[in-house]
Design a protein around this ligand. Structure first.
Ligand SMILES: Nc1ncnc2c1ncn2[C@@H]1O[C@H](COP(=O)(O)OP(=O)(O)OP(=O)(O)O)[C@@H](O)[C@H]1O
Length: 635
């Protein structure tokens, strides 16, 4: 922005070239001009910020914007009528005249413009609007309408490629065919002519009395062009005064596989994690919703919260062999298998050897921005402990607080848009993925890339510090009693036991990073996601996924899997296959919690995508559980 010298006289406000077009008494441009005059008095006195404000208000773009606004206001007030209702005819006349005029480059250009299909279409649209020629042509009313049919309404709809957007049903007692529901955004709803509850009497002159709904649907399906309905209107058309609600689907739903749906074609399939806009909850069983990724389409039917919960429960009980989240996670099973597959020829080393071998001090420390930084939270014991997460029995209560049935959980989670303000703490970044996919590698790369911006929380342990370690640097060294009291007071976000010692990350350790204004990057097992999903931490969960097998074989040629043994081993094909299987299980079981998915193929590409995802999470509006925001306003 151009700054003026302080103390200098401000330039005169520019002449208003559009003043004849705007109302000089009410226009915003005029108010702006007066404001500029006022400000010019302060300008010479160099009052703080006035120069900046003056320059802003003086900027040509703002002035132009306000003039456009004034013109639109004036246009609105004038309620303009079309200058002509026959623009196409006028254009043809001009073409005739041009033919008689001596040729020049301008005339040629004008002729080209008038003949271009876009221009012709524009004039045709203009004429249609000017002549108000867009109402459907209604057939004449029949002459011999009996007295008793006075309450009937004749509705004509012009069918296009899309479905009509309404469902019908037969009244259980009277056998009447009724409009069951009108789909939001569909042809029927947009026409405003038919309502849920209207009784169909005739369709295209055919009486529907005694017909099955399927037969009526067949008549409708066979109809082309205009369809005429004779209906007895419902006495009180339902008013849609409902608030629009957004939810995250916590489960998949396939209408084709649901025998209970009233109309399969009207069903909206969705997958866990999809954000849905619920536009109608009038029906206790079937709601209407759109996917946020596809708001232009008309709404579809989805089971209500109550109904879907019932379906989930029935599904679960009918499939006793299917793994249930509250019984045992798929992850812990694979971990056990993993343990059993370890090569027996390897010689186990003691923990001390691991600690000093795997992360010698030069790996934990690095210099960036002329400063020494320490990498906490990458120790082997802690990572191996995470793998043994199934030892953490008490965590099951998070999934199954009341009974096994409640573990099915709410099928929809209400969400709202959240935009982090610059003064807010950063959102916690959670990385998760199958073991060996590269979560720690990516986390390390991020921190090394910008240690002043990214940091891991310092974990807690009950093991005693080694001679070269410092309390609060590698770990917070605490007694078993202290650790357990942190667990019982719900201060541990994740924890586990490894070789007789407890390891874990506390919520306070995460806050310590966030309080420094940094972004805390956390590596988590998926079953702990629920614990970190709080309004205080507002975690953004990024799932790190392996790429396809051939790409993995290529990229992991020199990579090593972390093992419980002294030597880390190279990836074998079975390891990569296991990683892929585990990734799939994680997506199936926890995909609803993932805010973003990154395929870790080429390390540098994956890092770049991770950086951009984190930036978006902190700076762009995101869908978060509505409870996070309401608890913000309450606090
Ligand atoms: N994109 C990649 N290309 C090549 N090698 C990679 C890539 N990502 C990670 N690696 C390597 O793969 C190995 C395993 O990665 P990492 O230690 O980060 O796994 P992890 O997901 O943290 O699992 P765990 O915690 O079980 O060790 C490491 O040697 C790492 O350098």
């Amino acid at each position: 922005m151009k700054q003026l010298d302080k103390g200098a006289d401000p330039p005169d406000p520019p002449a208003d070239p559009l003043s004849t077009a705007t109302n000089p008494e009410n226009g915003l441009s005029r108010i702006l001009r007066l404001l500029l005059q006022e400000l010019s008095l302060f300008y010479s006195r160099d009052v703080n910020g006035v120069c900046l404000l003056y320059d802003l208000l003086h900027s040509p773009w703002l002035q132009a914007l306000l003039k456009v606004y004034d013109c639109l206001q004036e246009f609105k007030e004038k309620k303009p009528v079309p200058a002509t209702t026959h623009a196409q005819k006028l254009s043809q006349e001009v073409m005739e005249l041009l033919r008689e005029t001596p040729n020049s480059s301008e005339i040629q250009e004008l002729r080209q413009i008038l003949q271009s299909p876009h221009y012709k279409a524009l004039l045709s649209a203009y004429d249609t609007v000017a002549q108000k020629d867009f109402e459907p042509l209604l057939p004449p009313l029949p002459d011999n309408i009996p007295e008793s049919e006075e309450a009937m309404r004749i509705v004509c709809l012009v069918k296009n490629q899309q479905p009509l957007g309404a469902t019908i049903k037969r009244h259980e007692m009277t056998g009447d065919i009724l409009v069951a529901r009108v789909i939001h955004g569909g042809l029927v709803e947009r026409s405003g002519l038919l309502y849920a509850g209207d009784k169909l009497v005739e369709v295209n002159g055919v009486s529907v009395e005694g017909l099955d709904p399927e037969q009526v649907i067949h008549i409708l399906a066979m109809s082309r062009g205009t369809i005429m309905f004779k209906v007895v209107p419902v006495s009180d058309p339902p008013l849609n005064s409902q608030k629009m609600v957004h939810v995250r689907a916590m489960t998949d739903y396939w209408p084709q596989e649901d025998p209970g749906i009233p109309c399969v074609d009207a069903g909206l399939p969705f997958q866990k994690g999809d954000i849905l806009q619920i536009v109608d909850q009038n029906d206790a069983l079937w709601w209407q919703a759109r996917k946020i990724s596809d708001l232009a389409t008309c709404a579809g039917l989805i089971p209500s919260n109550h109904l879907l919960k019932r379906k989930q429960r029935e599904f679960w009980w009918s499939q006793p062999n299917k793994l249930h989240t509250c019984l045992k996670s798929t992850i812990s099973i694979s971990m056990e298998e993993d343990d059993m597959k370890i090569d027996e020829k390897c010689v186990e080393a003691d923990e001390e050897t691991f600690e000093s071998e795997e992360l010698s001090e030069d790996k934990e420390e690095f210099v960036g921005y002329g400063q020494k930084f320490f990498l906490a939270g990458f120790r082997r014991s802690l990572r191996l402990c995470r793998r043994k997460c199934h030892l953490r029995q008490p965590r099951a209560s998070v999934y199954c607080p009341d009974s096994c049935c409640s573990a099915v959980g709410a099928p929809y989670e209400e969400v709202t848009r959240y935009q982090r303000q610059p003064s807010d703490k950063h959102r916690l970044i959670v990385l998760l993925g199958p073991s060996g996919v590269g979560v720690n590698e990516l986390r390390r790369q991020l921190i090394e890339f910008n240690p002043r911006h990214f940091q891991s929380a310092v974990p807690h342990t009950t093991r005693s510090p080694k001679s070269y370690e410092m309390n609060g640097r590698e770990y917070h060294y605490v007694s078993k009693e202290t650790f357990e009291s942190l667990i019982h007071s719900h201060r541990m976000l994740e924890y586990g036991e490894y070789k007789g010692h407890l390891y874990g990350t506390s919520v306070d350790a995460v806050h310590a990073v966030l309080d420094e204004g940094k972004i805390c990057i956390m590596d988590l097992e998926p079953q702990d996601i629920q614990v970190v999903r709080t309004h205080e931490l507002k975690p953004y969960v990024i799932f790190i996924k392996p790429s396809n097998m051939s790409c993995m074989k290529q990229s992991r040629k020199n990579a090593k899997i972390l093992t419980e043994y002294f030597v880390d081993m190279k990836f074998k094909d079975e390891d990569l296959q296991e990683m892929e299987d585990l990734a799939q299980k994680m997506e199936t079981q926890f995909g609803q919690f993932f805010d973003h998915v990154i395929v870790n193929d080429h390390l540098q590409d994956a890092c770049a995508r991770l950086l951009s995802a984190i930036q978006n999470a902190q700076e762009e509006p995101q869908w978060v559980p509505a409870t996070w925001i309401s608890s913000d306003s309450m606090s």
